[in-house]
Design a protein. Structure first.
Lengths: 141, 141
DNA sequence: TATTGTTATACTCTATAACTATA
DNA sequence: TATAGTTATAGAGTATAACAATA
């Protein structure tokens, strides 16, 4: 060996690309709305799919229940969501975005779409298709 | 908006792919050699490019001096590198891998090459080329 | 004055175990 | 017994400021 360059090592390249691209969007949800990454992911799922229990968010977002629990508490403190008792299972609460939470969701999804479009602008349609396909498969290992 | 899926958001996809692919290789340097990610990166640069000062590693690896400082101390404690005074600048030490450090470097680079080959096996030559090119550009933003 | 490197501090992120209340 | 959710704790990652020694 000895002829490998770290810049040719896929996990390294992925980590660098993820770090670089995340930083830009991070400022949108962090600086503008005081949210952490997990909070934004939980807010996104509630905005996109409607009222859900924490368990459902865990399954769909592939997040551990402790992360969701803390993100939900933080979003509740910011008045971005409310809880109501789940009639089918009293261990769970159904979580729902407030009007304020929905407003932030819309602002963030719009910002995300703009951000992604700006990122992808530098690639051809073919490159974008292959990039997305490769990343999706690597993420699902 | 509202029609964006988080799985179509490039920074999210990159983060997922990076996390998934990193976990596998992490066990190699962590479990087998007790190293953290930054230590492996510093060790790699010393193994690949020979004796360097901390400053040079900072520049080449794009790592902050505090991270390099702590990684160097950890690698020194493991007897993977030694310091010697830089004749040109007494603020710096020249860092050099020990025989033990070189052995670990060779083992890890071989393992990295195998790991990468196994990852890329599922893609065509064209897909690999485009993936690498896209990631390199995204990492350099 | 500026740079190299170290130490201190804080915050984010990840992972796990232990606990509660319900099922 | 098992599951939904909470709390506590520790380790890892990131970022910044302050400092000592040297340039």
């Amino acid at each position: 060996m000895g002829d490998i360059d770290l810049r040719a090592f896929t996990p390294y390249l992925l980590a660098m690309a993820a770090e670089t691209t995340s930083l830009g969007f991070q400022s949108t949800y962090k600086a503008q709305h005081g949210m952490l990454r997990t909070e934004w992911r939980v807010l996104f799922h509630l905005g996109q799919y409607g009222p859900l229990t924490a368990k459902t968010i865990c399954d769909r977002a592939r997040l551990h229940k402790t992360k969701v629990s803390r993100a939900v508490a933080a979003l509740e403190a910011k008045r971005f969501l409310t809880r109501s008792e789940d009639p089918q299972d009293r261990r769970s609460d159904v979580l729902e975005l407030t009007a304020s939470g929905q407003k932030v969701f819309r602002a963030l999804t719009e910002e995300a779409a703009r951000f992604d479009a700006a990122l992808m602008e530098r690639f051809s349609a073919e490159e974008r298709r292959i990039l997305r396909q490769c990343l999706t498969r690597l993420a699902q290992l």
